[in-house]
Design a protein around this ligand. Sequence first.
Ligand code: F6P
Length: 342
Amino acid sequence: MRIGVLTGGGDAPGLNAAIRAVTRKALAEGMEVLGFRNGWLGVLEKDFTPLDMHSVSGILYRGGTILGTSRTNPYSRQGGPEEIHENLRDLEVEALVPIGGEDTLGVARRLSQEGINLVGVPKTIDNDLYGTDYSIGFDTAVGVVMDSLDKLHPTAEAHHRVMLVEVMGRDAGWVATLGGLAGGADAVLVPEEPFSLEKLYARLRKRHEELGKLFSIVVVAEGARPRDGGQAVVGGTQVDEFGHIRLGGIAHTLASQIEAATGYETRVVVLGYLQRGGTPSAFDRVLATRLGVAAVELIKAGQFGVMVGLKGNRILPISLEESLSQTHSLDRDLYHLADLFY
Ligand code: F6P
């Protein structure tokens, strides 16, 4: 049996661990593996490389993806889906393992409805995929935020400054919430709860003027926006093939407002792509390995049209239909747990 694997959407640490697991398990089952390059683009263009033990040796700890990725949407291209069906037939690929987020797996769902055999693996630092408690890359991104906050505390304290740290997550506040909790942020702003500027000012004043804490660290999710109906700040006008506009810039806007309202010297750090880089955490390596192996087991069992996910400590399948009909929304109790420490 010949199967294909691809990595699509934003890269994340752990992708190579997943590619390695899919390949090693498939080879152990006597399957052949084709690695399609650059997400769905590789399937559209028949751009692939055979994967064997040698191909995946020594990649477990590497960030990024040996196959490359892209934000290619075959359904936004004339004849794209037909091309995919034809190429998979020509190459005699009997099943696919797409590793990606809502966009990549959204394409997978449609192809599955059209008869392509596939099992999805959840990957996104945003952690917004329903049907899995953790997506590949999320834990590592949280670690980057935590390490950054640890580094920023001393300099903020030395200069008695407010430090705004803008983090990724698109429309989800998971990275901001867990990164803020782990790093001891004094306030965390997330897309799910539009913030009140007055409340933020009051919190900063309380620290600086009542508690004698002359510095503050505020984590701001890139998709956060003010309560007065303001929209998230975007970093340009271009949209990708899935219609996503690039977010970014909220922290700079907020810095000027805080300085004007409170007089506190404020600085900004935008963590950006550091959250997608580096070596995967132990948690992400193990998660990616378990998910990759489980995906091949489901292919062997002939169970398609699903995504494998972590529920508690078990790896379970969920239909792509059910997974993609909703999002893994931020746990509000977890978000408000941080309130205790402000
Ligand atoms: O979806 C993952 C993510 O890192 C988001 O958090 C972020 O907004 C987006 O990708 C950035 O997209 P790109 O890598 O295409 O700039």
